[in-house]
Design a protein. Structure first.
Length: 467
């Protein structure tokens, strides 16, 4: 009977572990740094944890992250190494994940699996320490069309075995980064320019130390669950059409994680980002149209999302931007910053319109407006929608900053107007002392904020009126 029971338990353990696919990344010089603050297992299978740098309170700290794939519910066990657990929180709170204490240093909880090519992010705080927390990224199975290409195929190009000067000449269809470290020093500024029709596949276990540039190209895919490490920027998409970015983790970019300039048809999915430098935004779009961002995690030391009109060399206004199912942890600045920059030299300015932000979790923020719509540089901003936004404890922040303004630091002229802003089902659950007054104001009678619509705004369950 005991033998039968043991066989049964081993069989169950085998199939449970078969549900979990873990990723091992190269470590040491030019690779990732392992972390020992936490020990994580998923259905008994060890999941490696790695270091990321974050910058709360303008003081760089080391935190932990891990990643795995599962289509079915699994049991996670998290050990806080070297500390006794007095309290623990699993965020986002909207996930409703309840933990149980196994012993002084261990908690356990169930998490849902992921269907299709989707992902979600969790944060585990121990004893209120959010500076050194654990970030958990849970992936679903990659779509068949996203499966790892065969690097030995005669039709494919393997970056590891192909001279960089020949990579596009031989076959521009595929740039393949297999597991391992990729550091293309022979390229200018450690940047990789991607031509039209190309697919860049960064496999799980791959660490690429370069920025990826899509410039004046069409029909480009940058996919895979590998890591971009310490790039100047993560992915740049300029003057391009129909670009997909899916699955990457970008660690410590000096500037933006994903930057779009005067591009159309951009889709960003399942992106994870950690940044700690000044001006290291998450996703910035300037004069872009028809953009979808979904199922992303951003922990940045500046704006998580910035949506602007003209800046630098990009012109033409902004329209049809959709952001959904984003999980955001802002160490500094705004989760959403809309409308600050534009074309102040034209007679009428540029139009920024049709922006929809929905079903998002804000884990923390330190700013003058979590939902900031600030209109400068003769911009015309209209038809902005925030729906189902869930906000947890903040350092110090206002919920809303909606104003036509003229900032001498960032603008050359005031904005023209803001109108038709719709805000519905926003809830804040946290310390009310951390909230500061909202800012809603016009620049003057001719540069006005009008037609604002607020519905069901709640602070710790209590409905509040926004004036």
């Amino acid at each position: 009977m005991k033998k039968l029971l043991l066989i049964t338990m081993l069989t169950i353990a085998y199939f449970c572990n078969a549900q979990v696919k873990t990723y091992d990344y190269p470590e040491g010089k030019d690779g990732l740094t392992p972390m020992n603050d936490f020990s994580v297992t998923a259905d008994g299978q060890k999941v490696k944890t790695y270091m990321c740098e974050v910058n709360p309170h303008k003081k760089v700290q080391k935190a932990s992250w891990c990643q795995f794939e599962t289509e079915k519910e699994v049991v996670l066990q998290v050990v806080k190494c070297g500390d006794k657990i007095k309290e623990a929180v699993v965020r986002p709170l909207s996930k409703g994940i309840k933990h149980k204490v196994v012993n002084d240093s261990t908690i356990q909880f169930c998490i849902p699996g992921v269907k299709d090519n989707r992902s979600y992010a969790l944060e585990v705080d121990i004893n209120g320490d959010r500076e050194h927390c654990l970030h958990i990224f849970v992936d679903g199975k990659e779509l068949e069309t996203y499966d790892a290409p065969d690097p030995d195929s005669k039709q494919d190009v393997n970056w590891k075995t192909t001279n960089s000067h020949d990579v596009f000449v031989k076959n521009p269809r595929l740039i393949y980064f297999g597991p391992g470290i990729h550091k293309p020093h022979d390229l200018p500024s450690t940047e990789i320019k991607i031509p039209s029709g190309a697919t860049v596949y960064i496999a799980p276990g791959a660490v690429v130390r370069a920025r990826l540039i899509v410039d004046r190209a069409e029909n480009v895919r940058i996919i895979g669950r590998g890591v971009l490490l310490n790039p100047l920027r993560g992915v740049e998409i300029t003057y391009s059409k129909n670009v997909l970015v899916d699955g990457l983790t970008v660690i410590n970019p000096q500037h933006y994680t994903v930057f779009g300039g005067q591009s159309e048809g951009v889709t960003i999915r399942n992106l994870r980002s950690f940044s700690r430098h000044p001006w290291s935004d998450g996703v910035d779009m300037m004069c872009c149209k028809n953009v979808v961002v979904e199922d992303v995690f951003l922990r940045n030391n500046d704006d998580a999302f910035a949506i602007y009109n003209h800046r630098w060399w990009y012109w033409g206004g902004t329209e049809n931007i959709c952001i959904r199912r984003a999980t955001i942890f802002n160490d500094l600045a705004h989760p959403f910053n809309i409308g600050s920059h534009g074309d102040d030299r034209s007679d009428n300015g540029e139009l920024l319109h049709d922006v929809r932000i929905e079903d998002c979790d804000i884990l923390s923020a330190d700013c003058d407006g979590i939902m900031a719509v600030r209109c400068g540089d003769k911009n015309m901003v209209e038809d902005i929608h925030f729906t189902n936004i869930r906000i947890e404890d903040v350092v110090k922040a206002a919920l809303f900053n909606i104003q036509v303004n003229f900032s001498e630091k960032y603008n050359r002229a005031p904005g023209n107007y803001i109108r038709d802003v719709w805000v519905k089902d926003v809830q804040y659950n946290g310390d009310e002392k951390s909230l500061v007054p909202d800012i809603i104001k016009s620049y003057d009678a001719e540069h006005a904020v009008s037609d604002l619509h607020f519905d069901n705004i709640r602070v710790n369950g209590k409905k509040v009126e926004i004036k």
